[in-house]
Design a protein around this ligand. Structure first.
Ligand SMILES: Cc1cc2nc3c(=O)[nH]c(=O)nc-3n(C[C@H](O)[C@H](O)[C@H](O)COP(=O)(O)OP(=O)(O)OC[C@H]3O[C@@H](n4cnc5c(N)ncnc54)[C@H](O)[C@@H]3O)c2cc1C
Length: 461
């Protein structure tokens, strides 16, 4: 029995800023793929909602929005967003390049709303499988994208190209990996869980000891937020480094986030790339905006003046082990710490822990694992070309673009917003060039009808 199966020109995995920038680029230029869609796990658009703290600011100029660096005349610029929201004049009066994250989130959501008909919200992509040519089983012609919604309903869709923009996965330190305790959360879930944990709205005023683990921007933001949001919380910042260090955002250093730097780093041998990444690491990792460091210092100082030192910073602290214990008020988390300088051990007890320990960028490995045989090696061993396309053997026809997981080859801007507009342009350009080369229809082996707007149909035998 022959069945018709819809073939997309491109499917995007995830609909964060990376694939959103791509959607904008497709919408604004001729030659974009006719049939494309995006699959997003969240029920609606959201940009790091768990960390949308009241006064947290962007760490990048608003001019590095989704489109300005590619086309400042686009209707999707941050400036046009301000104009349409009626806030352009007032924003100018702020004299700032750095909007709050809440406002930038609203901007991103405003852009995303223009693409609602292209996004399947509330579905998690679970696996990508190769689809081979009926007459030549060695040739991979398409990819089958499997997804599951919140009710457990499975779907699959066929595509000629994939744009993976899945973002990061919370990095959990080894000492916490085995702990199954609801009072240990990652910073990515901070705002969505901390209220309940601290007994918000339940009249909870009993003292709660909360540890924040980490020495970067998120750790510092969570620490200061805890001290302001909850009068009954004693917050402790536990960090391995000897001091909170400022992020280097000075102008010459900032040039590493220019798109031209991507060319430079990509053209280097592996060792030189690694050395460049190490040299500029303190632009993004384990560093904090200077004003926030000053706020924390002042907070601790003022406590000392008043003699009520409730909040603490424990530096040079390696966490050796963590276990759950029964305390006077219920379950507690017992942490064994070792001083990295003196070597002394100490034990600390907390009611809750926030792990501000960053993100891994390898979620795509598991997703693309079923392609390993067809690729001849695991995905993590495949090179990524300058145009962000996974290098594949000749018999593997689908194109796979990777966004946000190519820091090793494309530099520190890869996980950030800085190059989004230009990267979207490079990927779309590469896709257009590829489509012109391979504009033919291929038969697929099996399949079922999948719903999507636009697109071509192939007959499966
Ligand atoms: C708190 C915070 C603040 C930041 N602030 C800045 C800043 O000021 N400036 C800057 O340049 N960078 C900042 N960053 C870096 C950040 O990585 C980028 O801002 C941006 O989010 C990258 O976009 P993305 O689309 O690649 O990833 P993400 O924004 O993480 O989006 C990935 C999307 O994919 C979805 N997804 C993941 N897996 C699946 C799946 N299996 N199926 C379907 N959907 C899936 C996720 O739900 C998510 O919506 C910040 C990061 C954090 C955590």
């Amino acid at each position: 029995m022959s069945q018709r199966e819809y073939i997309h020109d491109l499917i995007g995995v995830g609909f964060g800023p990376s694939n959103l920038a791509l959607a904008v680029r497709f919408a604004e230029n001729d030659g974009a793929p006719g049939a494309h869609c995006f699959i997003e796990r969240q029920p609606e658009f959201g940009w790091h909602r768990g960390m949308l703290l009241d006064d947290s600011r962007m760490q990048i100029s608003f001019l590095k929005d989704l489109v300005t660096m590619r086309d400042p005349k686009s209707r999707f610029t941050f400036i046009n967003y301000l104009f349409e929201r009626g806030r352009l004049q007032d924003f100018v009066n702020l004299k700032s390049f750095y909007p709050t994250r809440i406002e930038f989130h609203d901007y991103l959501r405003w852009v995303a709303s223009a693409f609602d008909d292209q996004v399947h919200y509330g579905e998690s992509v679970t696996q990508i499988e190769p689809v081979t040519d009926e007459s030549d089983p060695r040739t991979v012609t398409h990819l089958r994208v499997h997804s599951r919604d919140a009710q457990g309903k499975e779907r699959h869709r066929l595509t000629r190209a994939l744009s993976v923009g899945m973002g990061g996965v919370p990095q959990i330190p080894a000492a916490f990996a085995a702990l199954r305790n609801a009072a240990v959360i990652h910073s990515s879930n901070y705002l969505t869980t901390i209220g309940n944990l601290m007994g918000d709205g339940m009249g909870g005023t009993a003292r709660r000891r909360v540890a924040v683990v980490g020495g970067g921007q998120s750790a510092a933001e969570v620490f200061i937020d805890l001290t302001r949001r909850f009068p009954h919380v004693d917050a402790t910042l536990v960090m391995r480094a000897p001091a909170l260090k400022p992020a280097d955002d000075s102008p010459f250093v900032n040039e590493i986030f220019n798109p031209s730097f991507t060319d430079l780093i990509y053209s280097q041998p592996k060792d030189a790339r690694r050395s460049l990444l190490d040299t500029f690491r303190d632009t993004n990792y384990s560093v904090v905006d200077r004003p926030l460091i000053e706020q924390i210092y002042e907070l601790l100082y003022v406590q000392n003046v008043s003699g009520t030192a409730r909040h603490r910073l424990l530096n040079n602290c390696a966490i050796e082990s963590v276990r759950e214990v029964q305390g006077e008020q219920g379950n507690e988390i017992d942490m064994r710490l070792r001083d990295g300088m003196g070597g002394d051990a100490r034990a600390e007890r907390f009611d809750a822990v926030v792990l501000a320990t960053g993100y891994r960028r390898d979620a795509h490995h598991a997703l693309l694992d079923p392609l390993a045989d067809a690729l001849g090696k695991p995905v993590e061993q495949c090179e990524v070309a300058r145009d962000y396309m996974l290098a594949t053997p000749a018999h593997f026809q689908p194109r796979i673009y990777l966004q946000g997981c190519c820091e090793d080859s494309h530099g520190l801007s890869d996980t950030l917003l800085s190059i989004l507009a230009r990267r979207a342009d490079e990927i779309a350009g590469s896709l257009e060039a590829g489509n012109n080369e391979n504009s033919f229809e291929v038969q697929t082996r099996t399949g079922a009808q999948t719903g999507v707007s636009g697109g071509r149909v192939a007959f499966a035998l």
